[in-house]
Structures are given as C-alpha cells and as structure tokens.
Design a protein around this ligand. Structure first.
Ligand SMILES: [Zn+2]
Ligand SMILES: [Zn+2]
Length: 175
C-alpha cells in the first residue's frame, strides 16, 4: 500500500486525494479508504478500514475470524524536500515519506490493527474452553470428567472396577 505523493507535495495546502485500499498482511485482510491532505509540512493521512483477522481463542485455542473497524489520522513528513531536494534526518516519532516521495501506509495500518486486537481473544463470550482434565473442546462436545469429578486416578480406578465387574457378570451368564 504505497502511494507516490510527489505531485500532491507540490499542490497547495488543503489539496486532497482519496484512494481505496485493500490487501493482506500476515493473514489479516484490509478493506477501506484513505484520504491524503497536503499540509504546510507534509501530508495528513486519514484512514478508515475494516480488518478481518484470524485469531486464536484464548480459551479453546480454536481459530476464528474477528472483524475490526479501524480509523487513524497521522501526518507524514517528507524525508526529502520536494523543491530543494535536501534530505532531513528522520526519527521514530513521525511517519515519513521516503526520499523517492513514496508514502507507505502499510506500517501504520499494521500498528493500528495490532492495537485493536484483544489481548485475550475469545471466539465467543460464551466459549466454554477446554476441559482441564481431558482437553476436550467443550464447545463441540461434552466430556465425562464433570460426572466423574474427583481425582483423575480414582476416576481411572473406578472405570477399571466397572469393566472388571462387567466381564465377571458376562462370563457367569455364559455358563
Ligand atoms: Zn473459544
Ligand atoms: Zn474432560
């Protein structure tokens, strides 16, 4: 998502241009638009877009898609003065238009998207997560653990007794 802004940089302050944006970055799809306005020192970028991110649920570790709505405003400063050609020193505090007058909005899009991604993503507020004993995904099926609550070793022992007594009664029936 790179734009050559050489012509916009020589336009009068207040001139603006709009562009549609779409693309994919690290499995996140973007779709929206940007508006560039020439300012006295650079270009003001106003972006609004939707981002469809594939996230891993913190409870059930399943992947799901989250639709985020993002907007930001940032002023980009030219590294090279469009009329004099003089290069200036850049810093981390601003976004920069590179010496070839290319304004790349991808880094800002990635940063603002990262800010919107929940720290603890959930596929649903009602996600039941995984059983802490057997690891079954409780959203898709139940498990026996809750019925057989107690220490897992006793549950295993109880199952063993149950199967042994079943075998005994089977063999006594056959005689
Ligand atoms: Zn989940
Ligand atoms: Zn379980």
């Amino acid at each position: 998502m790179q734009f050559n802004v050489a012509t916009l940089l020589v336009e009068p302050v207040g001139t603006n241009r709009s562009y549609a944006i779409d693309g994919v970055h690290e499995s996140t799809e973007f779709n929206g638009n940007v508006n560039f306005t020439k300012t006295d020192v650079g270009i003001l970028v106003e972006a609004q877009f939707g981002a469809t991110a594939s996230l891993e649920c913190a409870r059930c570790v399943g992947f799901y898609t989250e639709n985020l709505k993002i907007r930001f405003e940032e002023e980009y400063l030219p590294e090279r003065d469009i009329t004099s050609g003089v290069l200036r020193e850049t810093n981390e505090e601003s976004y920069w238009i590179n010496p070839n007058h290319i304004l790349d909005i991808q880094p800002a899009i990635a940063e603002y998207t990262a800010l919107e991604i929940p720290l603890k993503p959930l596929c649903s507020s009602k996600c039941l997560g995984l059983c802490t004993t057997c690891g079954t995904n409780l959203n898709s099926s139940g498990c026996e653990c809750e019925a057989n609550s107690g220490h897992p070793a006793f549950v295993a022992l109880r199952e063993k007794w149950a199967s042994q007594s079943a075998t005994k009664s089977n063999s006594s029936n056959s005689h």
